[in-house]
Design a protein around this ligand. Structure first.
Ligand SMILES: Cc1ncc(CN)c(N)n1
Length: 224
């Protein structure tokens, strides 16, 4: 269809919901890392709570993989998702290592109600009743908020302290950026052939994810 511009659904949403998207990816917690003003107690709080979140994220990602194997004819999707699971495996090892360096006892961290709320949301979209399109779109959004947030702390002009650079690189590195772009293109392909109802539900989830991410940063900062 030469000459006809196709709507890329995630780009439409990113434009339409730009303010809340920036609220999630340019949050004061992230800006505090970027300008070096973050306090270590907030960082440790984030670390302990995010470890709990990541453990809850694993069954969700496994459910996306299962849906891809049943609902998608694209075997390349499985490769991307397997890469995602491998990245999560590394992420969990990284959290344990970082926690031990900083003296955070992960086994005694009490999940904050905001975290529990986000984990409950994850559980709701893990359900077999949620189709592959909605699941992969949610997965793209969750990963992308971290990628965009931490990449911002590595951009030119940032004053991220050296000992936090490894954290930022975990999600802000180019490979993770490439992986998020792969998720985006799968999500957009699925959204392009989905019913209006599925697209509308995926958009509602996208907004919920942005709100949960903002709350998660607020919790980490200790402002809630
Ligand atoms: C809250 C949150 N959102 C996203 C990610 C990226 N996997 C994370 N680790 N934690």
């Amino acid at each position: 269809m030469e000459g006809i511009e196709r709507t890329v659904m995630t780009d439409t949403w990113l434009k339409k919901h730009r303010q809340i998207y920036l609220g999630a990816t340019r949050h004061p917690f992230i800006l505090g890392i970027r300008d070096s003003s973050v306090d270590i107690s907030s960082f440790k709080r984030w670390l302990g709570q995010d470890y709990i979140f990541v453990r809850a994220f694993v069954p969700f990602v496994a459910s996306v993989l299962l849906k891809a194997s049943k609902e998608s004819y694209e075997s390349a999707d499985i490769d991307v998702l397997l890469g995602g699971l491998a990245a999560l495996n590394d992420e969990i090892a990284w959290f344990k290592n970082e926690a031990s360096k900083l003296g955070v006892a992960l086994e005694s961290v009490v999940p904050h109600p905001i975290n529990l709320n986000y984990c409950r949301f994850l559980e709701s979209i893990t359900s077999p009743d949620v189709d592959y399109t909605r699941a992969i779109t949610a997965f793209w959004a969750i990963e992308t908020v971290y990628q965009q947030s931490f990449a911002h702390c590595l951009e030119e002009g940032s004053k991220t302290p050296d000992d936090l650079k490894q954290t930022c690189l975990r999600w802000g590195n180019d490979d993770f950026g490439q992986y998020c772009r792969a998720l985006k293109s799968i999500a957009d392909r699925q959204l392009a052939k989905a019913s209006d109802d599925v697209v509308a539900k995926a958009e509602v989830n996208f907004l919920s994810i942005l709100e949960h991410e903002v709350q998660f940063w607020n919790m980490s900062r200790g402002t809630v």
